[in-house]
Design a protein around this ligand. Structure first.
Ligand SMILES: [Zn+2]
Ligand SMILES: [Zn+2]
Length: 339
C-alpha cells in the first residue's frame, strides 16, 4: 500500500510502499485511513528539525491527524466494530512505564522516552491501512464524520484549557488567543463554547482570510496588542512566538493563566512581582489525554459547522508535496482524502 514518508538517508519526502498490517488479534483494531490532516509539525518534520524513524528503519511514515474506518477488530475489542469511525491518540507509552504512562497519562510522560505515531519512532497514518490497540483509538460519531479529522489538533487545545481551569478553579470569562492558525482558531472556538469573550491576536492583516473567519466565529481580532488595554483571565499562545507570549503575559488579570502551546522563538521577560501578587501561572502543554480527546469529540459536535468547514481544504493523496513542503498560509487545515 502507498505511504507518504520521510527518507532519513536521502533526507527527502518520498512516496513508498508499506506492507499491509495483518488482521488484528486480541485488543487490536485494523482501520482504513480515510483522511489525514497536515499541520506545522509535518512541515517541521519534513525540514528534518525533529522526529526520527522507527528503530532499525530509515524512513518514517508521516501523518498524525487521522480519521479512519474500522475494517476488523480482534476478539478482545468490545467498543469498536467494523464500519465505526475512529481517530488515533498518537503517543505511546515509554518502555519503562514511568508513573504517568503507567496511569494512562502518556501525554505527561516523565521519562521522555515515549513514541508518537508519525513523529517520533513510530509510523504515522499517511497510508491506506493502519492498526492500533483499541485503547489508543477514540470513536468519532457519524454526525461529525466530515470534521472528525480535527479531533487530534483540538484535543491538544482541550487539554490546555482543562488544565488552565483547574489552576484557576473556574472557567475564564475572558481569553486572549495568540495565533490565527488552526490551533488558535480551535482554541478560540473551544473558549467561546465555554462562554468566554475571546480576542484573537495575530499578525495577518484584516483583509487576510484568517481574521475574517475569526470574526465570523465571534472572536474580536487584534492585529496589535496595543489596540486594546484589556486584561485577560486566560492567554493561549498558539503562534510559535515566545515574544508575543511574554507581551501577553503582562496582560493577565489576577488569577490569570497563560498556556504555552507553541512558543519557542524569541525571548522576553516576566515580572515575578506581578505573577506572585496576582496568583498568576504560566504553563506549557503538549499532546493530549484520553479525556481531552473525548472533550474534542463533544466540542466538534457543538461548534458552528460552517466555521469548521471553512477551516478545511480537501486534497487528494498525491498532493502531499504541495501541502507539506509549501505552506499555503491562507488555508487553515489541508486534509488529504485517502479513501
Ligand atoms: Zn498536527
Ligand atoms: Zn512515560
Amino acid at each position: 500500500m502507498r505511504a507518504v514518508a520521510l527518507d532519513y538517508e536521502r533526507r527527502r519526502l518520498v512516496e513508498r510502499s508499506l506492507r499491509e498490517p495483518p488482521l488484528p488479534a486480541g485488543g487490536e483494531v485494523l482501520f482504513r485511513v480515510e483522511q489525514v490532516g497536515i499541520c506545522a509539525t509535518d512541515r517541521e518534520l519534513a525540514a528534518f528539525r525533529f522526529g526520527y524513524p522507527p528503530e532499525g528503519e530509515t524512513s518514517l511514515v508521516l501523518g498524525h491527524e487521522a480519521l479512519g474506518r474500522v475494517v476488523a477488530a480482534g476478539a478482545g475489542v468490545r467498543d469498536l466494530r467494523p464500519g465505526d469511525l475512529v481517530t488515533a491518540m498518537i503517543r505511546r507509552a515509554c518502555p519503562e512505564r514511568c508513573p504517568a504512562c503507567a496511569r494512562g497519562r502518556r501525554d505527561l510522560c516523565l521519562s521522555g522516552r515515549y513514541r508518537e505515531r508519525g513523529i517520533f519512532g513510530a509510523h504515522g497514518y499517511f497510508t491506506e491501512l493502519a492498526a492500533d490497540a483499541a485503547e489508543d483509538l477514540a470513536a468519532i460519531p457519524p454526525g461529525i464524520a466530515e470534521v472528525g479529522v480535527l479531533a487530534e489538533p483540538l484535543s491538544v487545545v482541550e487539554k490546555a484549557i482543562e488544565r488552565a481551569c483547574e489552576i484557576r478553579g473556574d472557567r475564564p470569562a475572558s481569553a486572549l488567543v495568540i495565533g490565527a492558525g488552526p490551533i488558535g482558531m480551535l482554541a478560540a472556538l473551544a473558549l467561546m463554547a465555554r462562554g468566554a469573550a475571546v480576542s484573537l491576536h495575530s499578525l495577518e492583516p484584516r483583509t487576510h482570510p484568517r481574521p475574517g473567519l475569526a470574526s465570523a466565529a465571534g472572536a474580536r481580532y487584534l492585529e496589535s496588542l496595543d489596540a486594546t488595554r484589556d486584561r485577560f483571565d486566560l492567554v493561549v499562545e498558539a503562534a510559535g512566538s515566545a515574544e508575543a507570549a511574554f507581551q501577553a503575559i503582562r496582560r493577565l488579570r489576577p488569577l490569570g493563566v497563560c498556556a504555552i502551546l507553541g512558543g519557542s522563538s524569541g525571548s522576553g521577560s516576566v515580572s515575578f512581582t506581578e505573577l506572585l501578587a496576582g496568583n498568576q501561572a504560566v504553563f506549557g502543554s503538549v499532546n493530549a489525554s484520553p479525556a481531552a480527546f473525548a472533550a474534542a469529540v463533544e466540542d466538534l459536535a457543538r461548534f458552528d459547522r460552517s466555521i469548521l468547514d471553512r477551516m478545511i481544504r480537501r486534497a487528494g493523496f498525491g498532493e502531499y508535496r504541495k501541502s507539506i513542503l509549501e505552506s499555503p498560509d491562507e488555508v487553515f487545515k489541508i486534509v488529504h482524502v485517502i479513501h
